[in-house]
Design a protein around this ligand. Structure first.
Ligand code: KG4
Ligand code: ZN
Length: 339
Protein backbone atom coordinates (compact mmCIF):
# COMPACT_ATOMS: atom_id res chain seq x y z
CA UNK A 1 0.00 0.00 0.00
CA UNK A 2 1.87 3.10 -1.19
CA UNK A 3 -0.77 5.86 -0.81
CA UNK A 4 -1.04 7.46 2.62
CA UNK A 5 -3.83 6.23 4.88
CA UNK A 6 -5.41 8.06 7.82
CA UNK A 7 -7.45 6.35 10.52
CA UNK A 8 -9.92 8.66 12.29
CA UNK A 9 -12.14 8.37 15.34
CA UNK A 10 -15.35 10.33 15.83
CA UNK A 11 -16.92 10.39 19.30
CA UNK A 12 -18.26 13.94 19.61
CA UNK A 13 -21.78 12.94 20.61
CA UNK A 14 -23.58 9.59 20.67
CA UNK A 15 -22.08 7.75 17.69
CA UNK A 16 -18.81 5.83 18.10
CA UNK A 17 -17.22 5.76 14.67
CA UNK A 18 -13.92 4.77 13.05
CA UNK A 19 -12.89 5.08 9.40
CA UNK A 20 -9.85 4.82 7.17
CA UNK A 21 -9.42 7.11 4.18
CA UNK A 22 -6.70 6.92 1.50
CA UNK A 23 -4.81 9.88 0.00
CA UNK A 24 -7.06 10.01 -3.07
CA UNK A 25 -10.11 10.36 -0.79
CA UNK A 26 -11.27 6.73 -1.12
CA UNK A 27 -13.01 5.44 2.01
CA UNK A 28 -11.37 2.06 2.74
CA UNK A 29 -13.62 1.36 5.70
CA UNK A 30 -16.20 3.16 7.84
CA UNK A 31 -17.89 1.68 10.90
CA UNK A 32 -20.40 3.33 13.21
CA UNK A 33 -21.83 2.02 16.49
CA UNK A 34 -25.02 3.95 17.04
CA UNK A 35 -26.23 4.54 20.61
CA UNK A 36 -29.70 5.66 19.55
CA UNK A 37 -31.45 2.78 21.33
CA UNK A 38 -29.61 3.57 24.60
CA UNK A 39 -30.57 7.26 24.59
CA UNK A 40 -34.06 6.87 23.11
CA UNK A 41 -35.62 5.90 26.47
CA UNK A 42 -34.34 9.22 27.86
CA UNK A 43 -35.68 11.25 24.92
CA UNK A 44 -32.21 12.65 24.11
CA UNK A 45 -28.47 12.13 24.59
CA UNK A 46 -27.26 11.50 28.18
CA UNK A 47 -23.57 12.56 28.14
CA UNK A 48 -22.31 10.10 30.75
CA UNK A 49 -23.99 7.15 29.04
CA UNK A 50 -22.51 8.33 25.73
CA UNK A 51 -18.93 8.42 26.97
CA UNK A 52 -19.20 5.10 28.80
CA UNK A 53 -20.44 3.47 25.61
CA UNK A 54 -17.67 5.04 23.56
CA UNK A 55 -15.20 3.33 25.92
CA UNK A 56 -16.95 0.01 25.39
CA UNK A 57 -16.92 0.17 21.58
CA UNK A 58 -14.00 2.29 20.39
CA UNK A 59 -11.24 -0.30 20.46
CA UNK A 60 -13.28 -3.03 18.76
CA UNK A 61 -14.31 -0.55 16.06
CA UNK A 62 -10.65 0.34 15.36
CA UNK A 63 -9.96 -3.36 14.83
CA UNK A 64 -13.05 -3.73 12.66
CA UNK A 65 -12.06 -0.74 10.50
CA UNK A 66 -8.56 -2.18 9.97
CA UNK A 67 -9.96 -5.63 9.11
CA UNK A 68 -12.51 -4.19 6.67
CA UNK A 69 -9.76 -2.21 4.93
CA UNK A 70 -7.40 -5.21 4.87
CA UNK A 71 -4.77 -3.19 6.77
CA UNK A 72 -2.82 -3.32 10.03
CA UNK A 73 -1.79 -0.41 12.28
CA UNK A 74 1.60 -0.43 10.50
CA UNK A 75 -0.12 0.69 7.26
CA UNK A 76 -1.62 3.79 8.88
CA UNK A 77 0.35 7.00 8.28
CA UNK A 78 -1.49 9.23 10.75
CA UNK A 79 -4.23 9.05 13.38
CA UNK A 80 -6.97 11.67 13.60
CA UNK A 81 -9.87 12.42 15.90
CA UNK A 82 -12.62 14.96 16.40
CA UNK A 83 -11.59 17.32 19.23
CA UNK A 84 -14.65 19.61 19.08
CA UNK A 85 -17.26 20.92 19.03
CA UNK A 86 -19.19 18.33 21.02
CA UNK A 87 -19.58 16.82 24.47
CA UNK A 88 -16.29 17.03 26.40
CA UNK A 89 -16.58 13.60 28.00
CA UNK A 90 -17.33 12.01 24.61
CA UNK A 91 -14.63 13.91 22.69
CA UNK A 92 -12.04 12.77 25.24
CA UNK A 93 -12.57 9.07 24.48
CA UNK A 94 -11.94 9.15 20.72
CA UNK A 95 -9.19 11.75 20.85
CA UNK A 96 -7.33 9.98 23.65
CA UNK A 97 -7.44 6.67 21.80
CA UNK A 98 -6.22 8.30 18.56
CA UNK A 99 -3.35 9.97 20.45
CA UNK A 100 -2.43 6.69 22.14
CA UNK A 101 -2.31 4.93 18.75
CA UNK A 102 -0.22 7.76 17.28
CA UNK A 103 2.18 7.56 20.22
CA UNK A 104 2.46 3.77 20.12
CA UNK A 105 3.00 3.69 16.34
CA UNK A 106 5.27 6.77 16.23
CA UNK A 107 2.94 8.48 13.75
CA UNK A 108 1.44 12.02 13.70
CA UNK A 109 -1.85 12.97 15.36
CA UNK A 110 -4.35 15.33 13.69
CA UNK A 111 -6.97 17.19 15.74
CA UNK A 112 -10.06 17.69 13.59
CA UNK A 113 -13.04 20.01 13.89
CA UNK A 114 -16.33 18.08 13.69
CA UNK A 115 -17.95 20.82 11.61
CA UNK A 116 -15.12 20.72 9.09
CA UNK A 117 -15.89 17.01 8.75
CA UNK A 118 -19.50 17.83 7.86
CA UNK A 119 -18.48 20.81 5.72
CA UNK A 120 -16.18 18.79 3.45
CA UNK A 121 -18.29 15.61 3.37
CA UNK A 122 -20.12 16.47 0.09
CA UNK A 123 -16.71 16.41 -1.65
CA UNK A 124 -15.69 12.90 -0.61
CA UNK A 125 -16.37 11.48 -4.05
CA UNK A 126 -14.55 14.38 -5.76
CA UNK A 127 -11.44 14.26 -3.58
CA UNK A 128 -10.86 18.03 -3.86
CA UNK A 129 -12.52 21.15 -2.46
CA UNK A 130 -13.44 23.86 -5.00
CA UNK A 131 -14.75 27.27 -3.78
CA UNK A 132 -18.42 27.05 -2.85
CA UNK A 133 -21.28 28.20 -0.67
CA UNK A 134 -21.90 25.72 2.16
CA UNK A 135 -24.89 24.96 4.32
CA UNK A 136 -24.34 22.77 7.40
CA UNK A 137 -27.59 21.55 8.95
CA UNK A 138 -27.09 19.20 11.88
CA UNK A 139 -28.50 18.51 15.32
CA UNK A 140 -26.19 21.07 16.91
CA UNK A 141 -25.54 23.59 14.13
CA UNK A 142 -27.09 25.52 11.27
CA UNK A 143 -24.49 27.53 9.38
CA UNK A 144 -24.01 29.23 6.03
CA UNK A 145 -20.37 29.60 4.98
CA UNK A 146 -18.42 30.99 2.09
CA UNK A 147 -15.64 28.46 1.42
CA UNK A 148 -12.59 29.49 -0.62
CA UNK A 149 -10.37 26.51 0.21
CA UNK A 150 -9.20 24.34 3.12
CA UNK A 151 -9.24 26.50 6.25
CA UNK A 152 -10.62 29.53 4.41
CA UNK A 153 -14.09 29.64 5.84
CA UNK A 154 -16.17 32.77 6.30
CA UNK A 155 -19.25 32.21 8.43
CA UNK A 156 -22.07 34.21 6.83
CA UNK A 157 -24.85 33.18 9.17
CA UNK A 158 -25.81 30.78 11.94
CA UNK A 159 -28.80 29.99 14.07
CA UNK A 160 -29.70 32.41 16.85
CA UNK A 161 -31.58 29.76 18.81
CA UNK A 162 -32.31 26.14 17.84
CA UNK A 163 -30.35 24.34 15.14
CA UNK A 164 -32.48 22.90 12.32
CA UNK A 165 -32.02 19.32 13.60
CA UNK A 166 -32.80 20.43 17.14
CA UNK A 167 -36.08 21.95 15.88
CA UNK A 168 -36.93 18.63 14.18
CA UNK A 169 -36.10 16.72 17.38
CA UNK A 170 -38.06 19.05 19.69
CA UNK A 171 -41.15 19.19 17.47
CA UNK A 172 -41.04 15.39 17.13
CA UNK A 173 -40.95 15.13 20.93
CA UNK A 174 -44.04 17.37 21.17
CA UNK A 175 -45.73 15.02 18.71
CA UNK A 176 -44.71 12.03 20.88
CA UNK A 177 -42.49 10.65 18.12
CA UNK A 178 -39.33 8.75 19.12
CA UNK A 179 -35.83 10.27 19.29
CA UNK A 180 -34.17 11.27 17.01
CA UNK A 181 -37.12 13.12 15.52
CA UNK A 182 -35.70 14.14 12.14
CA UNK A 183 -36.09 10.78 10.37
CA UNK A 184 -39.53 10.29 12.00
CA UNK A 185 -40.84 13.64 10.75
CA UNK A 186 -39.30 12.96 7.31
CA UNK A 187 -41.23 9.69 7.10
CA UNK A 188 -44.58 11.02 8.40
CA UNK A 189 -44.29 14.11 6.18
CA UNK A 190 -44.05 11.97 3.05
CA UNK A 191 -47.79 11.20 3.26
CA UNK A 192 -48.90 14.57 4.68
CA UNK A 193 -50.25 17.79 3.18
CA UNK A 194 -47.56 20.49 3.18
CA UNK A 195 -50.16 23.29 2.99
CA UNK A 196 -52.38 21.99 5.81
CA UNK A 197 -50.97 24.46 8.38
CA UNK A 198 -49.46 27.84 7.64
CA UNK A 199 -46.44 27.91 9.98
CA UNK A 200 -44.20 31.01 10.13
CA UNK A 201 -41.05 31.28 8.00
CA UNK A 202 -38.65 33.43 10.00
CA UNK A 203 -36.45 35.27 7.49
CA UNK A 204 -34.97 37.72 10.07
CA UNK A 205 -35.12 40.66 7.69
CA UNK A 206 -33.37 38.81 4.90
CA UNK A 207 -30.03 38.36 6.75
CA UNK A 208 -28.17 35.05 6.83
CA UNK A 209 -28.89 34.15 10.45
CA UNK A 210 -31.58 31.59 11.24
CA UNK A 211 -34.20 31.28 13.96
CA UNK A 212 -36.42 28.24 14.42
CA UNK A 213 -37.78 28.85 17.92
CA UNK A 214 -40.84 30.83 16.71
CA UNK A 215 -41.78 28.00 14.39
CA UNK A 216 -41.39 25.49 17.22
CA UNK A 217 -43.62 27.64 19.49
CA UNK A 218 -46.32 27.93 16.85
CA UNK A 219 -46.43 24.12 16.54
CA UNK A 220 -46.72 23.94 20.34
CA UNK A 221 -49.68 26.39 20.40
CA UNK A 222 -51.45 24.46 17.69
CA UNK A 223 -51.21 21.07 19.40
CA UNK A 224 -54.13 21.36 21.89
CA UNK A 225 -56.46 22.01 18.93
CA UNK A 226 -55.42 18.82 17.12
CA UNK A 227 -56.24 15.15 17.34
CA UNK A 228 -52.80 13.61 16.86
CA UNK A 229 -54.25 10.13 17.22
CA UNK A 230 -55.54 10.72 13.70
CA UNK A 231 -52.58 9.64 11.52
CA UNK A 232 -53.57 12.04 8.73
CA UNK A 233 -53.44 15.02 11.11
CA UNK A 234 -50.04 13.96 12.45
CA UNK A 235 -48.70 13.57 8.91
CA UNK A 236 -50.04 17.03 7.95
CA UNK A 237 -48.34 18.71 10.94
CA UNK A 238 -45.06 16.97 10.06
CA UNK A 239 -45.30 17.93 6.38
CA UNK A 240 -46.23 21.57 7.10
CA UNK A 241 -43.53 22.01 9.77
CA UNK A 242 -40.88 20.39 7.58
CA UNK A 243 -41.82 22.60 4.61
CA UNK A 244 -41.48 25.74 6.74
CA UNK A 245 -37.93 24.74 7.82
CA UNK A 246 -36.93 23.85 4.26
CA UNK A 247 -38.36 27.07 2.76
CA UNK A 248 -36.12 29.12 5.05
CA UNK A 249 -33.04 26.96 4.42
CA UNK A 250 -33.50 27.03 0.63
CA UNK A 251 -34.20 30.76 0.29
CA UNK A 252 -31.37 31.89 2.57
CA UNK A 253 -28.86 29.54 0.93
CA UNK A 254 -29.80 30.63 -2.58
CA UNK A 255 -29.71 34.30 -1.69
CA UNK A 256 -26.26 33.85 -0.06
CA UNK A 257 -24.97 32.08 -3.18
CA UNK A 258 -26.16 35.04 -5.32
CA UNK A 259 -24.59 37.63 -3.00
CA UNK A 260 -21.29 35.73 -2.74
CA UNK A 261 -21.31 34.93 -6.45
CA UNK A 262 -20.88 31.21 -5.78
CA UNK A 263 -22.25 28.84 -8.43
CA UNK A 264 -21.70 25.69 -6.38
CA UNK A 265 -23.73 24.88 -3.27
CA UNK A 266 -22.73 22.05 -0.91
CA UNK A 267 -25.00 20.77 1.85
CA UNK A 268 -24.07 18.56 4.78
CA UNK A 269 -25.08 17.43 8.28
CA UNK A 270 -27.77 15.10 9.61
CA UNK A 271 -30.72 17.17 8.37
CA UNK A 272 -29.34 17.05 4.79
CA UNK A 273 -30.44 13.41 4.85
CA UNK A 274 -34.03 14.70 4.69
CA UNK A 275 -35.81 13.44 1.56
CA UNK A 276 -37.86 16.57 0.92
CA UNK A 277 -34.88 18.91 1.59
CA UNK A 278 -32.78 17.05 -1.00
CA UNK A 279 -35.57 17.25 -3.56
CA UNK A 280 -36.33 20.95 -2.98
CA UNK A 281 -32.67 21.99 -3.18
CA UNK A 282 -32.19 19.92 -6.34
CA UNK A 283 -35.22 21.57 -7.99
CA UNK A 284 -34.34 25.13 -6.98
CA UNK A 285 -30.67 24.80 -7.93
CA UNK A 286 -31.66 23.50 -11.38
CA UNK A 287 -34.05 26.45 -11.81
CA UNK A 288 -31.32 28.92 -10.81
CA UNK A 289 -28.57 27.24 -12.88
CA UNK A 290 -26.55 26.36 -9.78
CA UNK A 291 -24.53 23.21 -9.18
CA UNK A 292 -25.53 21.24 -6.08
CA UNK A 293 -23.48 18.73 -4.10
CA UNK A 294 -25.19 16.85 -1.28
CA UNK A 295 -23.30 14.64 1.17
CA UNK A 296 -24.07 10.98 0.48
CA UNK A 297 -26.93 10.00 2.86
CA UNK A 298 -24.70 7.58 4.84
CA UNK A 299 -22.21 10.43 5.44
CA UNK A 300 -24.79 13.04 6.50
CA UNK A 301 -25.25 11.92 10.10
CA UNK A 302 -22.20 11.56 12.33
CA UNK A 303 -19.53 9.22 10.96
CA UNK A 304 -15.74 8.97 10.98
CA UNK A 305 -15.27 8.81 7.19
CA UNK A 306 -15.93 12.56 6.98
CA UNK A 307 -13.41 13.15 9.80
CA UNK A 308 -10.77 10.99 8.10
CA UNK A 309 -11.46 12.78 4.79
CA UNK A 310 -11.10 16.23 6.44
CA UNK A 311 -7.91 14.99 8.15
CA UNK A 312 -6.54 13.87 4.78
CA UNK A 313 -7.19 17.31 3.27
CA UNK A 314 -5.44 18.93 6.25
CA UNK A 315 -2.55 16.42 6.12
CA UNK A 316 -1.91 17.46 2.52
CA UNK A 317 -1.43 21.07 3.72
CA UNK A 318 1.21 19.85 6.22
CA UNK A 319 -1.07 20.07 9.26
CA UNK A 320 -0.37 17.88 12.32
CA UNK A 321 -1.22 18.50 15.99
CA UNK A 322 0.77 18.12 19.21
CA UNK A 323 -0.29 15.24 21.48
CA UNK A 324 -1.04 17.88 24.13
CA UNK A 325 -3.90 19.27 21.99
CA UNK A 326 -6.94 19.52 24.25
CA UNK A 327 -10.54 18.88 23.33
CA UNK A 328 -12.61 22.05 22.83
CA UNK A 329 -16.40 21.77 23.20
CA UNK A 330 -16.82 25.12 21.39
CA UNK A 331 -14.10 24.64 18.74
CA UNK A 332 -14.61 27.54 16.31
CA UNK A 333 -14.51 26.43 12.67
CA UNK A 334 -13.71 29.91 11.32
CA UNK A 335 -10.60 30.09 13.53
CA UNK A 336 -9.26 26.74 12.27
CA UNK A 337 -6.88 28.04 9.62
CA UNK A 338 -4.88 26.09 7.08
CA UNK A 339 -1.28 24.88 7.43
O1 KG4 B 1 -25.01 15.68 11.96
P1 KG4 B 1 -25.71 14.91 13.01
O2 KG4 B 1 -25.63 13.43 12.99
O3 KG4 B 1 -25.25 15.32 14.44
C1 KG4 B 1 -24.76 16.57 14.83
O4 KG4 B 1 -23.57 16.86 14.57
O5 KG4 B 1 -25.58 17.32 15.41
O6 KG4 B 1 -27.22 15.38 12.95
C2 KG4 B 1 -28.21 14.79 13.73
C3 KG4 B 1 -29.50 15.54 13.45
C4 KG4 B 1 -30.62 15.16 14.41
O7 KG4 B 1 -31.22 16.35 14.88
C5 KG4 B 1 -31.58 14.37 13.52
O8 KG4 B 1 -32.93 14.47 13.92
C6 KG4 B 1 -31.35 15.02 12.18
O9 KG4 B 1 -29.96 15.25 12.12
N1 KG4 B 1 -31.79 14.16 11.05
C7 KG4 B 1 -32.78 14.50 10.20
C8 KG4 B 1 -32.93 13.40 9.32
N2 KG4 B 1 -32.00 12.45 9.66
C9 KG4 B 1 -31.31 12.95 10.72
N3 KG4 B 1 -33.54 15.59 10.13
C10 KG4 B 1 -34.50 15.63 9.16
N4 KG4 B 1 -34.71 14.61 8.30
C11 KG4 B 1 -33.95 13.49 8.34
N5 KG4 B 1 -34.18 12.49 7.47
ZN1 ZN C 1 -22.47 16.09 13.41
Amino acid sequence: MSAACILALETSCDETAVAIVRGDGAVLSSVVASQIEIHRVHGGVVPELASRNHVLHARALVEQALTDAGLTLKNINAFAATVGPGLVSSLLIGSTLAKALALAEGKPFLAINHLEGHLLSPFMSLGEIPPHLALIVSGGHTMLLDVRGIGEYEVLGRTRDDAAGEAFDKVAKMLALPYPGGPEIDQHASSGNRQAFDFPRSMLGGGYDFSFSGLKTSVLYLLPKLNLADAAVLNDVCASFQEAVIDVLVEKTLSASRDQNQKLIAISGGVSCNTRLRKRFAERCTEEGLQLLLAEPRYTTDNAAMIAFAAMQRWKTGYTSPLETDVDPNFNLAAFHAG
